[in-house]
Design a binder for this molecule. Structure first.
Ligand code: NCD
Length: 320
């Protein structure tokens, strides 16, 4: 049985919980495909978004509907909610929790989800808090790795791009500490390297990691490339990376260096860091990663209220 309260960051997930959650997500996918997934009937999720989003908000909402639940949505909260009149996030949460059974929150300030949790009596799902964390994206990412490669252990993962301000890569790096025999290779432009707390977390847990600058040299030795967008909205003026970002792009030449079994992931939206010509390569897994079927995994966070007996699932057999 899985019981989750709030989902604020990935540090709250240990390996047994991850294994159980992924098994449940897999089971839910089967139920959704069979049109037999109504376990959130009568439940309401509020999505409170104060930053732009396509995938995260819509996949939370789609997952809720597919599981028989319903949704209340604030889409451009900075302009359209009472926050624009000066209401604090705490007061907003106090009100919205009267209308919903769980709240998915995206906010530009790091720590906003923790502030919400401090006053909430319904589960809070952090859908991104500034440059802080994006735990549900990292769960989807790790789940996708398992689905694509058949395992989440014993992999060499290159995290590429903006590892300083990118919350998705930051959460994934932290979450990878729950996998075994993993090596993380960080390939960031100067000024966008991972923050010391992430590296310290990996060190404390004995996760092998190194920083490299030459993406072309790294590619032949990795199983997963996790590419990310430079988060221009998080700094004023020029990118700390200057114009050097192009050296970190994945194009056909980069793909030629990548092993045939490897995959390329990206939390999306993609700007220019993956060339469109790469999209048809079978190793380009970023659209599969955003597949609506995976959104049931996100619904599980909305389903903090739901417990389920676990059943086996094809791709979870074997090394899992
Ligand atoms: C990411 C985010 O918002 O942090 N997108 C997402 O939720 N899938 C990544 C990004 O904006 O670059």
């Amino acid at each position: 049985m899985i019981r989750l309260d709030h989902v604020v960051g990935v540090r709250q997930f240990d390996r047994p919980l991850l294994d159980a959650l992924f098994a449940l997500a897999c089971e839910m996918e089967g139920l959704v495909a069979a049109g037999d997934a109504k376990r959130l009937r009568g439940r309401i999720l509020a999505t409170l978004f104060f930053e732009p989003s396509t995938r995260t908000r819509l996949s939370f909402e789609a997952a809720m509907y597919r599981l028989g639940g319903e949704v209340l949505s604030v889409e451009s909260g900075r302009e359209t909610s009472s926050i624009a009149k000066g209401e604090t996030i705490e007061d907003t949460i106090r009100i919205v929790q009267g209308y919903a059974d769980a709240i998915a929150l995206r906010h530009p300030e790091e720590g906003a989800a923790a502030r919400a949790v401090a006053v909430a009596r319904v589960p809070i799902l952090n859908a991104g808090d500034g440059a802080g964390e994006h735990p549900t994206q990292a769960l989807i990412d790790l789940y996708t790795i398992g689905r694509e490669l058949g395992r989440i252990d014993g992999l060499r993962v290159a995290l590429v791009g903006d590892l300083r301000y990118g919350r998705a890569a930051r959460s994934l790096a932290l979450l990878l500490s729950e996998t075994r025999d993993t090596e993380i290779v960080c390939v960031a432009p100067p000024g966008l390297e991972p923050r010391p707390d992430v590296l310290g977390w990996l060190d404390d847990r004995g996760v092998r990691h190194r920083e490299e600058r030459d993406l072309a040299a790294v590619l032949p030795g990795v199983d997963v490339v996790y590419q990310t967008r430079v988060q221009r909205e998080r700094f004023s003026g020029e990118s700390p990376a200057g114009g050097g970002g192009a050296a970190y792009a994945i194009d056909e030449a980069a793909m030629a260096r990548l092993p045939s079994h490897a995959i390329v992931l990206h939390p999306l939206p993609r700007v220019d860091e993956i060339a469109p010509a790469v999209d048809t390569d079978p190793r380009a897994a970023y659209f599969r990663q955003a597949n609506p079927g995976l959104s049931v995994g996100r619904a599980l966070r909305g389903a903090c209220v739901v417990s389920s007996p676990l059943t086996g699932c094809g791709w979870l057999a074997g090394s899992w």
